[in-house]
Design a protein around this ligand. Structure first.
Ligand SMILES: *Cc1c(COP(=O)(O)O)cnc(C)c1O
Length: 429
């Protein structure tokens, strides 16, 4: 059933670390062999052994319209005929920046880069340049890409020490990244009190979606807005996942909290490599060549990627009822889990983002998420995969619903989920 994937994985391990170009793809957390994908269309992906899977990974978020949307593909093909890259400005970049500003009004001025990692790294550099301060606060369990200064965890000694969370990151790089606890106001307050004039910015995933899905408690984002203003720090929303997913205007529209800087990725590239960061003109004026904060990219604003992003955002804008459809389908899946799983399984959901945790009754922060039973998750994952349903190969990644998920496929997914949990209750499997 996965013979060819197994062969490819063995071959891949010869020349690629762990056989993959991004670690979670290796299926290490679920003890299976990764499926090598041959093609994808709509809500399905097809692996190299010819298995067709209903896809809820959606490339980890970009695929809000599903795979190979005909309009996006047509535009991309046309754009390819005009050349792949020029290293010079194009009209489409102007159109994309204007559309971003229209949909996410706080991003008055924005810069395109090639990944979410770059967007966050650059937004933080901009915040530091603007405030002339060095330190930032991030939250435990929030992911902001793999740049050195963000691969940091809280130190054991006191709240105000941080240590690298990856080999190869010098301790010096983690010194300026302080770690607070998501949904815990006191932890933020304490960091500001300890260094009232040293903190350039607080960066947060307004809905945390890299420790499973964890929602902000009422008032938490408002509190971050208030405390950053109070101490003269900037508030950065990392909307790489939530941007254009929770609403056209992202989490900031949904919650009505306006950050100073926003980072985008995933959906903004429509399946191609783009990140973006932006904010008020006055802050973005710091960025080179207008200002002293250096940031550049050979393939930044790449015309093909820009075309894919632009067409994707245009489709979303033309048909905002997409969000109601997404909400409804994701709601069906959440209900199927809740009704059949009973106790010991917690579902966190907002719109088309779902987090299903095995173990805790309630997940409001990293500690709760980390208490999940990853062995139970792996069992659930394997059961679904064997029945043609592809969810994230890790307890700590979101389940994504796209506009391409058909009612039939959602129903089938719900049935398999119900079958799984009722089988568990009956003591089978
Ligand atoms: C995926 C992600 C990133 C990193 O984006 P890449 O394109 O993978 O570099 C940053 N922040 C958040 C919230 C993400 O989910």
């Amino acid at each position: 059933m996965d013979t060819r994937s197994r062969q490819l994985f063995e071959a891949a391990k010869e020349h690629i670390p762990g056989g993959v170009n991004s670690p979670v793809r290796a299926f290490g957390a679920v003890g299976r062999t990764p499926r090598f994908i041959a093609s994808a269309k709509g809500d399905r992906i097809v692996d190299v052994d010819g298995n067709e899977l209903i896809d809820y990974v959606c490339s980890w978020g970009p695929g809000i319209l599903g795979h190979a949307h005909p309009r996006v593909i047509t535009k991309v093909k046309e754009a390819c005929e005009d050349g792949l890259t020029y290293g010079a400005p194009t009209q489409k970049e102007v159109e994309l920046a204007a559309l971003i500003a229209e949909l996410v009004p706080s991003m008055e001025v924005s810069r395109l880069v090639s990944s979410g990692t770059e967007a966050v790294m650059s937004a933080i550099r901009t915040a530091r340049g603007y405030t002339k301060r060095d330190r930032i606060i991030k939250f435990k369990g929030c992911y902001h890409g793999h740049s050195d200064g963000l691969l940091v965890k809280a130190g054991s000694a006191a709240l105000t020490t941080s240590v690298p969370d990856s080999a190869g990151v010098p301790a010096d790089y983690s010194r300026n990244t302080l770690v607070a606890l998501y949904n815990d106001r006191e932890s933020v307050e304490a960091l500001f009190q300890a260094d009232p004039e040293g903190i350039a910015a607080v960066i947060v995933e307004p809905v945390a979606a890299n420790m499973g899905v964890v929602l902000p408690e009422p008032g938490f984002l408002e509190f971050l807005r208030e405390i950053t203003l109070r101490y003269g720090a900037l508030l950065i929303f990392d909307e790489v996942i939530t941007g254009f997913r929770l609403a056209l205007g992202g989490a900031q529209e949904h919650y009505g909290v306006v950050p100073d800087l926003t980072t985008l990725g995933k959906i903004v590239g429509g399946g191609m490599p783009i990140g973006a960061y932006g904010g008020r003109r006055e802050i973005m004026k710091m960025v080179s060549p207008d200002g002293p904060v250096y940031q550049a990219g050979t393939l930044s604003g790449n015309p093909i990627a820009t075309t894919a992003g632009l067409e994707t955002l245009r489709i979303l804008k033309e048909d905002p009822s997409i969000y109601a459809r997404l909400d409804e389908k994701a709601g069906q899946i959440a209900s199927a889990v809740k009704e059949s799983a009973g106790e010991g399984v917690c579902v966190n959901r907002i719109g088309s983002l779902l987090g299903i945790f095995f173990g805790p009754d309630r997940v409001k922060d990293y500690e709760d998420a980390a208490s999940s039973d990853t062995v139970r998750y792996a069992d659930y994952f394997g059961y679904l995969l064997d029945r043609g349903i592809y969810v994230a190969p890790s307890q700590f990644e979101a389940m994504f619903v796209s506009d391409a998920h058909t009612q039939e496929d959602v129903k089938r997914t719900c049935l398999v989920i119900q079958e799984y949990f009722s089988g568990k209750k009956a003591g089978r499997g």
